[in-house]
Design a binder for this molecule. Structure first.
Ligand code: PEP
Ligand code: MG
Length: 316
């Protein structure tokens, strides 16, 4: 059966012709680690740390944060763990971190890294807890900031990571301005991770929480593929890795297209890993590239998907 064929593909992510694509898990807390391991995640591509901060009157102490971060690092001794700093605001409001004034449009307000500019002391504690958690563990820790819009913000965050003694600093690319200026931003940081959920929301001016706009949130939209392509090219021109950690990476056909656009790692909900691993194993890097090119040549999301599929004979 199809399920059995998917389950039979094991080991690290690679295309049919052996091009390595590390397959990583999105996690929100300790409960997500067992499913990630059971589904063969090679590491964590997105640790959403805000879950540790939700439903609290104050930020968790540095010790509590350090313990939580170390638990994730210890689950993947041979892998990398990409931790996203607090993405507060908008769809993830926190009681103790409020914007400086009431916001009619919180998704366009003081959220993500912008909130750290208002409360740099909260950032300093989180970065210090991460640096402490990385001491004496084997996993490779990478730290990244959400909602970065400009190269100046990326530079500010990278400086704070260096000051905290962290070995690497990256940014999520989830604002169109950052995708358009990815070349400049790549000169400030060590890696990118594209958040296609928010990148869709902001590119199409379509609230991710409004179900009626799902068609505009479709990650097959060619305009989104164009921004992913521009970001991946800028990363590679600067010798920087570029992952995708939005929901788009969980679609096996789109995962092949993302690889064809030049994305170097894919991170997703653990349960999506086996089907993505199997789809990559059935497609060559060249086929992924042709599928990506064909998809970008279409006018609609539906046509983009169909064009991609017809260039991926292994998935027929
Ligand atoms: C994204 O925006 O694509 C993303 C991965 O982050 P979140 O869904 O947590 O905003
Ligand atoms: Mg996001």
């Amino acid at each position: 059966s199809r399920q059995a064929a998917i389950a039979a593909v094991r080991g690290p992510g690679r295309t049919k012709d052996g091009h390595r694509v590390p397959l990583l898990a999105n996690v929100g807390g300790p409960g997500d680690l067992d499913p990630a391991l059971a589904n063969g995640a090679e590491g964590v591509g997105l640790y959403r740390t805000e879950f540790l901060f939700l439903d609290r009157a104050q930020a968790p102490s540095i010790e509590e944060q350090e313990d939580a971060y170390r638990a994730v690092l210890e689950a993947f001794p041979a892998g990398k763990v990409v931790v996203r700093t607090l993405d507060a605001g908008a769809d993830k409001p926190l009681a103790f971190l409020k914007p400086s004034a009431p916001e009619p449009n919180p998704a366009l307000g003081e959220r993500g890294l912008r909130m750290f500019r208002l409360h740099p002391e909260v950032m300093a504690v989180q970065l210090a807890a991460l640096a402490a958690a990385a001491q004496g563990v084997d996993a490779e820790l990478q730290v990244m900031a959400p909602m970065v819009a400009t190269a100046e913000e990326a530079r500010w965050f990278a400086g704070a990571c260096r000051a905290a003694g962290l070995p690497s600093a990256g940014v999520m690319i989830e604002v169109p301005a950052a995708a358009l200026r990815a070349d400049r931003i790549a000169q400030e940081v060590d890696f990118f991770s594209i958040g296609t959920n928010d990148l869709s929301q902001y590119t199409f001016a379509a609230d991710r929480q409004v179900g009626a706009l799902a068609g505009l949130q479709d990650p097959w939209q060619p305009a989104l593929l164009d921004l992913v392509a521009a970001t991946a090219t800028a990363a590679s021109d600067n010798g920087r890795p570029c992952g995708v950690c939005g929901e788009s990476a969980a679609d096996p056909v789109l995962a092949c297209v993302l690889v064809g656009l030049g994305v170097s790692t894919l991170s997703m909900s653990a349960t999506a890993l086996p089907a993505v691993r199997a789809a990559l194993a059935l497609s060559t890097l060249d086929e992924c590239g042709r599928a990506a090119h064909a998809a970008r040549g279409q006018a609609t999301a539906r046509h983009a998907r169909a064009a991609a599929r017809s260039n991926l004979p292994g998935l027929a």
